[in-house]
Write a protein that binds this ligand. Structure first.
Ligand code: KG4
Ligand code: ZN
Length: 359
């Protein structure tokens, strides 16, 4: 089965073709970063309009990968939340239209589930890929979410804890803005921090000592704002690198500590990273070291599948379709996750609403 995936939840317009075993046939992502950069963050209305302009060419390029283009598509999956409502609507409506015209099944996919299952994606001909056994603990760290899950199967995901306020990626982006670095801040801080001394500036370690699995980053952001208000922005490259390294160290420390606490508490020895912040080099390195010391096997997706893409949506959709689950044309979008976000601690994700495709 070849699934067409469409992703438009935030500032990436993406389309991909993926086989139901996770093999990526095409993976096209059009980033709107340049459009939003002058504002220091994503502007929802600009995002929706850019999705409208970009979706057709992005789809066209994704479909070039297979003979017959649209005719080769067996099912369509699209992100229906969480995300920006106007942005989500563009991808979802296009997905429904294609499924309707082609008379193939259509499924809505939770963006977070897409990230959590992205570790199963592989490039064609890549037979050496090492897949995590279930159950595994997953750390999802992105611009909108920071949470830990126990993944027992593609449709059985339990949230163990999440951030009480800002997401880790949001903290990277806001601190970069305070430092006058530009948007998105994560990759910029990552690069600068590599040259800095993480002991240079003492910043608070949010909830680091508690053994609970929740996060909080807004206090850290405030501490950075206060530091800059008092001392001014770092003046030269050396100071800037030291500042970035000190901030990044605190975030990475907390993420590493809580991920391994989750493995310990759940007695699970497999750990998976996902989401845009999982592209962070220091996080990948420090998590690898800490996991191997704890006897935990770490699985890191390639950098291209950490950030938003449609291949993960196609694959998460395929997992639902394989179990006979489809959605009908009335499926709507949602901005916050009713399944994974609203019930910290105990929500077991089975399957959200499902129904038969009308013929
Ligand atoms: O998963 P993603 O592409 O979109 C969301 O679903 O939010 O994540 C985007 C976030 C942004 O906050 C960005 O600054 C952060 O991921 N990010 C990074 C890195 N690359 C992207 N954060 C730290 N280090 C990186 N290398
Ligand atoms: Zn995402």
């Amino acid at each position: 089965m070849i699934v067409l995936g469409i992703e438009s939840s935030c500032d990436e317009t993406a389309a991909a073709l993926v086989r139901d075993d996770g093999t990526i046939l095409s993976d096209v992502v059009s980033s709107q970063v340049k459009l939003h950069a002058p504002y220091g963050g994503v502007v929802p209305e600009i995002a929706s309009r850019a999705h409208m302009t970009n979706i057709a060419p992005v789809l066209g390029r994704a479909l070039e990968a297979v003979d017959g283009g649209l005719e080769a598509v067996d099912a369509v999956a699209a992100t229906n939340g969480p995300g920006l409502v106007g942005a989500l609507l563009v991808g979802l409506q296009v997905a429904k239209a294609i499924a309707w015209v082609r008379s193939v099944p259509f499924v809505g996919v939770n963006h977070l589930v897409g990230h959590l299952l992205s570790i199963y994606l592989r490039r064609e001909g890549d037979s050496t890929i090492d897949l995590p056994p279930t159950p595994f603990i997953a750390l999802l760290v992105s611009g909108g979410h920071t949470a830990l899950y126990e993944v027992r199967g593609p449709l059985e995901i339990e949230q163990l804890g999440q951030t009480r306020d800002d997401a880790a990626g949001e903290a990277f982006d806001k601190v970069a803005k305070l430092l006058g670095l530009g948007y998105p801040g994560g990759p910029l801080i990552d690069k600068l921090a590599a040259r800095g001394d993480h002991r240079a500036i003492a910043l608070p370690r949010p909830m680091a000592l508690k053994d609970n699995l929740e996060f909080s980053f807004s206090g850290l952001k405030t501490a950075v704002a206060r530091y800059i208000a008092k001392n001014g922005r770092p003046e030269d490259d050396r100071q800037l690198a030291d500042f970035c390294a000190s901030f990044q160290r605190v975030v990475v420390d907390v993420l590493v500590r809580k991920s391994l606490a989750a493995c310990r508490q759940r007695r699970v020895e497999y750990l998976v990273l996902s989401g845009g912040v999982a592209a962070n080099i220091a996080l990948r390195d420090r998590m690898s070291d800490a996991a191997s010391r704890a006897g935990v096997r770490l699985y890191k997706p390639p950098l291209s599948t950490c950030t938003d893409n449609a291949a993960m949506i196609a694959y998460a959709g395929a997992e639902r379709l394989k179990r006979g689950l489809v959605d009908n044309w009335s499926l709507g979008v949602f901005s916050r996750s009713p399944i994974l976000g609203a019930c910290p601690g105990s929500a077991v994700l089975k399957r959200y609403k499902s129904s038969r495709l009308p013929r």
